[in-house]
Design a protein around this ligand. Structure first.
Ligand code: 5AD
Ligand code: SF4
Length: 447
């Protein structure tokens, strides 16, 4: 059968979709780029904000029409939903989209082969699997295939932090870490098939505590040191980190490990201590600033990115001003900012003093103006510098290719596909809001 996967949400979902593709490829199915040609249509969903779930339901509506059109041509179509929306809203899915054939949460997609077999035997059933299984899906997944020069590698999943706004601990479950050897083996397989950069993933990646072969637990700093020893691996990243879990040995990795890229995503969420407390974050702004200072001392080239939520219940103008102030102080080079979204079942959804939508909108606009201006300024300041860029894909225009700088900036250069999956030195010629332009020094071939 031919399959099509649409992915919503975070990097963990991108990783999960690649692993689902590995499962389907292993079963002999093949990917297609056009949804209308797919016998299996899969949506890998995100529940972190309202919009993400709404987007799913509008996509499902379009998939139903495709399913009906294909049925007129005598073709069957299986529609499946995977990911966090399933875990949180499986009843909504069967109510609003009864034509869906199966839905599985983010911890049980390794069961897709059995599910597809059941569907083949028994038409018109809807299988819903929202179990938090005792087994680890990673023990059942086929080999992680390289999909280019960069790869994600999930090392930790779930979260025990229970930030009061966040649905993740309810959809991805409690924190679990994969054993050290499993991670290293997966990394070696990726590197042997051409991967140059690995981004270790986890909802709270820096609380990683995987076991070694003797059952002894080790932290992320230990894992990064081990990863760094892998020959052929040139770049390492990890995401997303929780500020209170930035241990001193992890901070030292930014000094000692040359493969570790000088960019760290360290979400602050709010610059107000009162709001951080209400969010149940285990850090205040002073502690966050201390971590930033230590990191900066470990590697002066390190630059930071953050997530922010505006309009959390009880956020006053003063609280918001505090967020603006600290954002400017840290001079983030990239940020992701959101209006607070009430997630049913989370504590903050029923907090008093919910902020009006209009105010959330205004605050978001003001914050984004600041964040985007800082991002633009950093990108512009790169002009004239030479940076190693890992080229990942063809650009939008013919003869153009896209890559990433050490700071995760997107870079566009002239060059042909023989430069892809290679790291090339590039002189930056200009910097815009969302990307840089540059000229490859000694390209394999320039059109
Ligand atoms: N509303 C708005 N933003 C949220 N995030 C998580 N939950 C919510 C919510 N309920 C944001 C946080 C987190 C990022 C992945 O999404 O900033 O770091
Ligand atoms: Fe959600 Fe907080 Fe856990 Fe991040 S640390 S996944 S925001 S509960």
């Amino acid at each position: 059968m031919r399959y099509y996967i649409k992915t919503f949400g975070c990097q963990m979902n991108v990783y999960d979709s690649q692993r689902i593709a590995d499962i389907l490829d292993n079963m002999g199915h093949t990917p297609v780029s056009q949804i209308k040609n797919a016998d299996i249509i899969l949506f890998n969903t995100c529940h972190i904000r309202e919009k993400a779930a709404e987007k799913l339901f509008s996509d499902l509506g379009r998939a139903e029409i495709i399913k009906q059109d294909r049925a007129l041509e005598g073709k069957e179509t299986i529609i499946g939903v995977v990911g966090c929306v399933v875990q949180a809203e499986n009843e909504q899915i069967s109510k609003r989209a009864p034509y869906v054939n199966f839905a599985t949460g983010p911890l049980t997609y390794h069961r897709i082969p059995e599910i597809l077999e059941r569907i083949a035997r028994q038409k018109n059933i809807c299988i819903i699997d929202t179990e938090f299984p005792a087994e680890s899906k990673f023990d059942y997944l086929p080999e992680n295939h390289a999909h280019g020069g960069c790869a994600y590698l999930a090392v930790q999943e779930g979260c025990n932090n229970f930030c009061t706004y966040c649905i993740v601990p309810y959809t991805r479950g409690v924190e679990t870490s994969r054993p050290i050897d499993d991670v290293i083996n997966e990394a070696k397989i990726l590197v042997n098939s051409g991967v140059l950069e690995i981004n270790l993933l986890g909802q709270n990646v820096n609380s990683y505590h995987g076991e070694d072969a003797n059952g002894k637990e080790h932290n992320l700093a230990y894992l990064l040191n081990k990863m760094s020893e892998i020959e052929g691996l040139q770049r390492l990243r990890y995401t997303t980190s929780y500020p209170a879990d930035m241990t001193d040995d992890l901070i030292s990795c930014h000094k000692n490990l040359s493969k570790l890229m000088p960019y760290l995503h360290l979400p602050l969420q709010s610059g107000s201590d009162k709001i951080l407390k209400a969010m149940n974050r285990r850090h205040n702004t002073a502690q966050y600033l201390t971590v930033i200072e230590k990191l900066q001392n470990a590697n002066p080239n390190l630059r930071f990115a953050s997530d922010f939520i505006v309009g959390f219940p009880g956020e006053t103008d003063q609280d918001f001003e505090a967020t603006l102030k600290i954002a400017k102080q840290i001079n983030y080079i990239q940020s992701f900012s959101f209006k607070y979204s009430r997630r049913p079942g989370t504590p903050a959804a029923v907090f008093p003093n919910q902020v009006e939508e209009k105010i959330k909108q205004q605050r978001l606009a003001v914050l984004q103006d600041e964040l985007f201006a800082m991002q633009l300024k950093f990108n512009q300041s790169c002009t004239g510098k030479t940076m190693p860029v890992l080229f990942e894909s063809k650009g939008k225009q013919k003869g153009e290719i896209f890559g990433r700088t050490p700071y995760m900036q997107t870079l566009v250069a002239k060059g042909d596909v023989s430069n892809l999956n290679l790291i090339k030195n590039v002189t930056i010629t200009s910097g815009g809001m969302n990307s840089l332009a540059g000229t490859i020094i000694n390209p394999t071939k320039v059109l």
